[in-house]
Design a protein around this ligand. Structure first.
Ligand code: HEM
Length: 396
């Protein structure tokens, strides 16, 4: 079977290509836009099963031996040695130390804080009375404020954190990436040192002191964990919020339905997650032994990329997958992954989504796109799936 080369243009509208590929089989050999070769999974059932398949490893230390020179630079740094890039038993150990902070119960206590952050941002939008770029004004600052407050990161540092994350996510060339890595590593060491001296009521201070059956995080583990929580806590939710608003504005009947009955919000958020898949490709895995998938066998040592966006639009699993239907039976989508790496922050992301979308709609009864939808562009990262900008007219 021929190797498929995926270019950056494909990311602007991946679905037709995905449908074509899925018809040919659940796994295809591809070369990604950054030149990395591997196997792309587009079929829902295979995606779900491979996300939880122990023959695929996430251990970044082992994976390094397979990286083509100059590629996947972000994985070469110590910062990437966190639980999302690890296998059991170490993954189990690390996840156990942070699980408690992210249960639905623990997260529901954050509701007043999230509501306050949301309302402050909406006040700013209302004051501007007209056209706003909704990502800059709302979808980005909201999740970064929430995760920063949760972790205890000072307000003034948020823009820097965004810039560092962008260097990672966008697969920046090695030099700017290494500068970002060094700066962020030094920053996190300093922040942790400050928390040791003066602990606050925040997750990072708790992690510094956490003891679970006598277990503790080493300094490097702590830095990598803080990095993972910061990046995962905002680079994803920003896309959920923006894509949700965008798809509602393109589907006025669904918007009307939701405005008329806010009890539909939880189901609507699930549908935004399914159709928008804020993470496009699950993070990279590699085969530790030959893995048969459909009519092919993925050889040991090769990369596997699971397209959550494609799986969530598989018509074998979801009827009329491209239709936004906020009353669709909930559950089953793979936007948060599946298996042992299932998103730790899912309860938090859901709560942020419900509060943000609910309050935005309530505050602005007439909200519309400020440009023709054809002018909007998607970010070219293969990791995240999100709009670059979302100009809207927000009037009360
Ligand atoms: C893991 C999606 C928000 C923290 C994951 C994975 C996905 C995902 C797909 C698994 C990746 C894989 O298996 O390769 C999302 C989406 C979000 C979101 C769509 C928002 C809409 C958050 C938030 C946090 C977070 C707010 C907050 C801390 C994490 C962590 C992991 C993870 C720590 C790694 C878990 C592990 O390795 O056991 N997320 N995420 N995520 N997510 Fe999220």
């Amino acid at each position: 079977m021929d190797e498929v080369e995926l270019d950056k243009a494909w990311i602007q509208n991946p679905w037709p290509r995905y449908e074509e590929m899925r018809k040919q089989g659940p796994a295809r050999r591809v070369v990604m836009p950054d030149g990395v070769p591997g196997w792309l999974i587009t079929d829902y059932a295979e995606a779900r099963s491979l996300l939880d398949d122990r023959r695929l490893s996430k251990d970044v230390r082992r994976a390094r031996q397979f990286f083509p020179p100059g590629k996947l630079n972000a994985y070469r740094t110590r910062l990437s040695e966190h639980m999302l890039n690890d296998d059991p038993p170490n993954h189990t150990r690390l996840r156990k130390l942070v699980n408690k902070a992210f249960t639905s119960r623990a997260v529901s206590r954050l509701r007043p804080q999230i509501e306050r952050i949301t309302d402050d941002l909406l006040d700013g939008i209302e004051a501007s009375d007209g056209e706003v770029e909704l990502i800059e004004a709302f979808a980005f600052p909201l999740p970064i404020a929430v995760i920063s407050e949760l972790l205890g990161v000072p307000h003034a540092d948020r823009d820097r954190i965004r810039d560092w994350s962008r260097a990672f996510i966008s697969g920046a060339p090695i030099e700017p990436l290494m500068v970002a890595v060094d700066e962020q590593t030094a920053y996190l060491h300093e922040l942790i040192a400050a928390k040791r001296v003066t602990p606050g009521e925040d997750l990072l201070s708790d992690l510094v002191h956490v003891t679970d059956d006598g277990d503790r995080l080493s300094e490097d583990e702590l830095v990598a964990m803080a990095f993972l929580l910061l990046i995962a806590g905002h680079e994803t939710t920003v896309n959920l919020l923006a894509t949700a608003v965008y798809s509602l504005l393109l589907n006025p009947k669904q918007e009307e339905l939701l405005r008329g009955d806010p009890s539909l919000l939880p189901g609507a958020v699930e549908e935004f997650l399914r159709t928008g898949s804020p993470i496009h490709l699950a993070t990279i895995r590699f085969a530790t032994e030959p893995v048969p998938v459909g009519d092919v066998e993925i050889p040991a040592g090769e990369f596997v990329m699971i397209s959550l966006l494609a799986a969530n639009a598989d018509e074998a699993r979801f009827e009329d997958p491209h239709e936004l239907d906020i009353t669709r039976p909930m559950g089953g989508h793979l936007a948060f992954g599946h298996g042992i790496h299932y998103c730790l922050g899912a309860p938090l992301a859901r709560l942020e989504g419900e509060i943000a979308i609910g309050r935005l709609l309530a505050r602005f009864p007439s909200l519309r796109l400020a440009v023709d939808p054809s002018e909007l562009r998607w970010r070219t990262s293969t990791l995240v799936h999100g709009l670059r900008q979302l100009p809207v007219i927000a009037s009360t």
